[in-house]
Design a protein around this ligand. Sequence first.
Ligand code: PMP
Length: 440
Amino acid sequence: MSQTVTQTGIFHRSLNKNYGLASGGDGVYLLHPDGSRTLDGSSGAAVSCLRHGHRAVIDAIVQQAQSMAFAHTSFFSSDPAEKLASFLIKQSDNAFTKVMFLSSGSEAVESAIKLARQFFVAKGEPQRVNFLCRKYGYHGNTLGALSAGWNPQRRQTFEPLLSPAFHHVSPCFYSRDGGAGEPEEQYMSRLIEEYEELFQTLGTSSVAAILIETVGGATLGAVPPAKGYLQRLRSLCDKYGALLILDEVMCGMGRMGTVHAWQSYGNTIPDLQTIGKGLGAGYQPISAILVGAKVHKTLQASEPGLPFVSGHTYQGHSIGCAAALATQQTIMKDNLLANVMAMGDLLSAELRKQVPLLKEVRGRGLFQAVEFATLPHIKSLAGDVSRTSLANGLAIYLCSSAVDCVLFAPPFTIREREVYEMVDIFVRSTKQVIEQRGLK
Ligand code: PMP
């Protein structure tokens, strides 16, 4: 285990806990001052999609810092921001026409909510104030994003948040919530019915958008949309004139083996999409909103009366954009999405084969969740397993207490032997917890 730091001045997540010090990175490992290392099995929180110390990204950052660190977007654009926007638009087969760069996933979601709201004000439908979201969704920690999400622990202290505008339907979780023998299609139709009822209750012309994660990540762990679900949501939005916003901050930018997660599930194009985390691979804090033509053209037509009434000092940061451009170019140049699929298949097969007390391995590409079986004599294992794994040299993302689940999301560059090592530490740690608790 890594060295711990105590009595420092930092206000970390918990004021009562000691944290190990990460002082270096080598490939898929984080290094500690005492010479130990931790395999980064979830890329932090699905962030570090390239290995540490990638030359092309470092060079891009240094070059940009040398030529110009910062130019405020009130006055100027920058070369890396322009290039990155063009790259992302082209890479998305022109599904989007504009890109707004921000610094975090929460900022991107917050701004997407505001963008949707302003779109309808500009369109002459200011009564569209409602957002339909999902229980157990996660969209970030700022007030709007937190209101759109559901994670009870994160919300509780700050209730009632911005509750009047945000409404939550059931998550789409067929493997858990599908009735015994219920066909996927029938399950999915039940869920669509919930949205339909909410549209009717709130008034169909009061809804601004449906806002969901394409693949549920942080809270429930790699929960894919049921077959046809995204397409039905698209139709519902079109029928009632609402926008479809997909949050791919965690599941997007290659993690599922396709650039966008929606490309893995029937190619449903959203009106707005948020991305972050893997966009800059953690080399720089950067996120973005991908904006479709409908929203962009309406807002453009309403200017100069009403430019987008939002703005953050560090939006479109040139060093962040340079790092993200180099990251995304590397992913394509090195054909890393093929590795995402190959290593993802290996990882899920090994987890299925080896993990004891397993309920389900679910996911796609390098976004794989392990859920433990819930048995009467077993109290949630995931928390203890993730803590024990960390002590044994593997960092793995713990989902919320709503499911007994951890999330694997290693770097796209991970190699076969590192997958085996990851599974080995995880299985060993799980067995250790089982033994300590006297479970069978
Ligand atoms: N949306 C989703 C789907 C996320 O998973 C997260 C972070 N886990 C966010 C938004 C918020 O991103 P950030 O922590 O960078 O603000």
